[in-house]
Design a binder for this molecule. Structure first.
Ligand SMILES: [Zn+2]
Length: 140
């Protein structure tokens, strides 16, 4: 048995097994090969190089999507969250204890403080690298 990666005229890829390469040639010549995705009978052996390019394109797409998401996040945080600098843990505690009015804030916390806040069940989350806006000069 021999396995080929095939591609239809519409660009769908699928695998098919043949007794041998002559079997494939025979079926292809008779037009017996059909794309299982769209039913197109125009099917040929897939060229491998475009698969690599396609993979790279997907990766580029994924990277671009992530960058767009990061930009959106930076904009959203800059617009809606008050920057509190290194007073983040303090501010969150004041809010969860009812000593300060609740508001949306972002800032820095030492790893230990961040861990403690999460363990206390405070509604905080780490901002992934690249998702935080530039730090404003002024602390609110
Ligand atoms: Zn197809």
């Amino acid at each position: 048995m021999i396995r080929y990666e095939l591609e239809c005229a519409d660009g769908d890829r699928f695998e098919a097994w043949f007794r041998n390469s002559a079997d494939y040639d025979d079926q292809a010549a008779k037009g017996l090969l059909m794309c299982p995705h769209c039913g197109v009978a125009k099917v040929g052996k897939a060229v491998m190089a475009p698969a690599v390019l396609r993979g790279a394109g997907k990766e580029r797409e994924a990277r671009a999507a992530l960058q767009a998401l990061a930009a959106k996040s930076r904009e959203h945080i800059a617009k809606n969250y008050a920057y509190v600098g290194d007073k983040f843990a303090e501010e969150v505690r004041a809010m969860t204890e009812g000593e300060a009015e609740e508001r949306l804030i972002w800032g820095e916390a030492k790893p230990d403080d961040a861990k403690a806040l999460i363990e206390e069940g405070a509604p905080v989350a780490p901002i992934p690298p690249g998702f935080a806006p530039p730090k404003p000069d002024q602390v609110n």
